[in-house]
Design a protein around this ligand. Structure first.
Ligand SMILES: [Zn+2]
Length: 346
């Protein structure tokens, strides 16, 4: 993703100025200071904290540790292949059927693969939760400063770890919406510096396939909302207020954070982030990016390691997602028919 940070400690500090000036050269994941907060919000809905396993964060952390043990996981690497296998085996263990979509990008001459699984609900209408499993490639670049060991514990081992833990939880409970978990390949930009065209390969592919299915009339499970988890594990957790994210989803997640007593970790800092939610937004699917990228000194450095993330932070974001989901169903599902799906394999 790419973003341009807001300085959080003071007005117009040197860091903020440098941040804005360096917008064009920031590598991977585009962010930018939005310069505006959201307009005054209508009252937040009152939500009830949803039950969440006490060990959700620990499970997520265990997955992150596994992913990190595979080393760098850029598209096509040995670690990338191991991560794919790990995700597939985990999904099967939860009784889900992993769907693997492998394709060749002719321009890049690269083979990508997304992996996903559907958790059927009472309704055939779908909420998608995603995370990217590739890591930024930090070798083979002309500038020596762009080459260093990188294991992406937070970017986005954390998103994948939490999404796996959530998939297991959601697969073991009754959900009104059908929920699909999607692990995207190729989020990171191929060039070291962020490139709008040569990034977001997995999410663009996923949305493209979905739209083609709609057009051909074979898509029976409309996507009503998309939730993206990216960099959600920092010990110093601070989920940004991304101005590209849908306002109503933002309100629901702000209310869910309050219901869980976690509001101090959410939405204090306005950002504009380009990430895997953008192809969904472009396709008019409401989407939110839960990301902690501003003021994150480990981002795209060799310091993005396990020691900077925590099970507690993963638990916090997991609880907020589980609490938000029923409200997302209520506000975004349109009451269409039910899925006639075969019973899940166990
Ligand atoms: Zn990244």
């Amino acid at each position: 993703m790419d973003s341009n940070t807001d300085d959080r400690k003071g007005p117009l500090s040197m860091k903020a100025v440098v941040g804005v000036l360096s917008l064009m050269v920031i590598a991977g994941t585009c962010w930018q200071q939005s310069g505006r907060g959201r307009s005054p919000e209508p009252e937040l809905p009152q939500l009830k904290k949803a039950p969440a396993p006490d060990n959700l964060g620990q499970e997520a952390y265990r997955h992150v540790a596994q992913l990190v043990s595979f080393g760098e996981r850029w598209t096509g690497s040995q670690g990338w292949q191991e991560a794919l296998e790990y995700i597939a085996i985990e999904l099967q263990e939860y009784g889900l059927e992993p769907k693997r979509d492998r394709w060749i990008d002719r321009e890049e001459e690269m083979t990508f693969e997304n992996i996903s699984a559907l958790i059927p609900g009472e309704s055939k209408e779908r909420i998608v939760i995603g995370a990217h499993f590739d890591t930024k490639k930090t070798s083979g670049h002309p500038d020596p400063d762009h080459n260093y060991p990188f294991v992406g514990a937070n970017d986005s081992g954390s998103g994948v770890g939490l999404l796996l833990a959530l998939a297991e939880t959601l697969a073991n409970q009754k959900n009104h919406a059908s929920i699909e978990v999607v692990f995207f390949d190729g989020e990171e930009s191929v060039p070291y510096a962020w490139d709008d065209v040569r990034s977001l390969f997995g999410s663009r592919r996923y949305v493209g396939q979905y739209q083609a299915g709609l057009k051909a009339g074979r898509e029976k499970s409309p996507i009503r909302a998309f939730i993206l988890l990216d960099m959600v594990g920092a010990k110093d957790l601070d989920i940004d207020d991304d101005s590209n994210s849908d306002d109503q989803l933002h309100r629901i997640f702000a209310a869910a954070a309050i219901a869980c007593g976690h509001e101090e970790y959410f939405f204090e800092h306005p950002q504009t982030v380009k990430d895997d939610h953008i192809p969904f937004i472009d396709a008019k699917i409401p989407a939110i990016d839960l990301i902690d990228i501003a003021d994150n000194p480990q981002w795209h450095t060799e310091e993005d390691t396990l020691e900077h993330i925590s099970a507690e932070s993963l638990q916090i974001v997991g609880e907020v997602v589980l609490t938000a989901l029923p409200a997302v169903e209520k506000d975004f599902l349109q009451g269409e028919g039910r899925l006639a799906l075969p019973p899940r394999r166990r």
